[in-house]
Ligand binder design. Sequence first.
Ligand code: ACM
Ligand code: ZN
Length: 528
Amino acid sequence: MKRLINFVLLFIFVTTAVAQQISIIPKPAEMVVKTGNFELNNNCVLSIDSENEDIARIADFFKEYLKEVYGLTISDEGSGNKISFKIVSRLNLGKEGYLLKVDKNSIVITASEPNGLFYGMQSVKQLLPVESTNNSLAIPCVDIKDQPRFAWRGNMLDVGRHFFPVSFIKKYIDILSMYKINTFHWHLTEDQGWRIEIKKYPLLTEISHWRDETMLGHYGSGKGMDGIGYGGFYTQDQCREIVRYAAERYITVVPEIEMPGHSVAALAAYPNLGCTGGPYKVQGIWGVHNDVYCAGKEETFEFLQNILDEVIEIFPSEFIHIGGDECPKDAWKECAACQKRIKGNELKDEHELQSWFITRMDKYLTSKGRKLIGWDEILEGGLAPEAAVMSWRGTKGGIEAAKQKHHVVMSPNSHMYIDHYQSRDKDNEPLAIGGFLPVERVYSYEPVPEELSEEEAQYILGVQTNLWTEYIATTKKVEYMLLPRLQAEAEVAWTPKDLKEFSDFEKRLNVDYERLKKLEINFRDHKK
Ligand code: ACM
Ligand code: ZN
């Protein structure tokens, strides 16, 4: 009996010790922890179907990770314990699902598409102990069957307010991919800076990318302007490089070209596209600006369509984001051309003019085989026929759009705006735009609103965190604001609803922090 008790105690000890090692984020849909470990060391062999270049690339990512992070080298052939990556059709786990079997002598990842294989590989990386022992990594034996809850697992980075170099955008994409995020929404144009080269309109990258100065502190703080010029943009080649880099990590880049508001920087270079004809200035002050594209002039549409033509060539994404948010109607009310457009199209008011504007762009994108997505203001005055909605002013817009049978990405500022403070003790936090959004609150979010029927809920594509950068000028601070709220969002987006539990997430997060330190990625420890 005593031996049995000892055995049971030992068993509990071993399994809990192993359980502490397991910190996959987002939590897999199904996981069984078995006894024992696979010892990964320099004798191990990675076996792939080398004919397939996607699999070969995923295997290389894994090998590079082992080399760079742990100094381990595994080979393609030999008699050591084997790691296999396999593509098998009819697995019934969708394009992104995978099976992962870790046994004492083998690791096998199986998926029906490379996407799933990539995610299986990311899970194996998270099964590795943070530190190696005697050049060996003990990977707990597990059986995992995994696939995501939502198809759109997104994150937006605003590079308009502050610009970040290509090298950092790549690091950012690497971070997204660690947590199985599959959509990078790249907010490329703003009042404070235009960030993408457009060949037909060279002034966008001569004039519109550059502001003379930037406001200090919050609006009304009396801190004034910094007096320092600021700018930067991505060439089309660099954008292509980012698209390719992201695609290799199974991330779709969705570009955003803002219209009709948040466009003063473009107007500074092409003032004829504004209602008054300018002059306009690239803004150094955050907020919503009254100068917007004139909806009455044909040349506005010619300009925007020409830009979209170039954007479509660079970005193969199904969706193109056209902004649509925060467009004041003051200028349109005073503009003869805009008023003429309202009368000529029998529109009721400037809100219907906004809808007319978006519908025109919607038709244009549809004619090019793409889909329009915009912030929830595009519901104003009636939703364009093919448009998808990104619900940010709470969930109301998302609910309304889904009821109208339009696709929706849920990104409410109440839960997904990771530019907000991570502590109530704001004085001890780096300056942020405002608000309070701790990781627990992100984690608590349920993307399918109760108001929707089962059928309407099908229109919820998924969920997205947004990182606006008015108060984020450095890459270190980007990481600090992103993590760990990104991990929380990833679990909201991936993990079955009934498996979510914050205390369990927190245990995994604590291990993840150690991993982030090792990878030299900044984060905000939520316990501090
Ligand atoms: C937004 O935050 N203005 C979409
Ligand atoms: Zn006008």
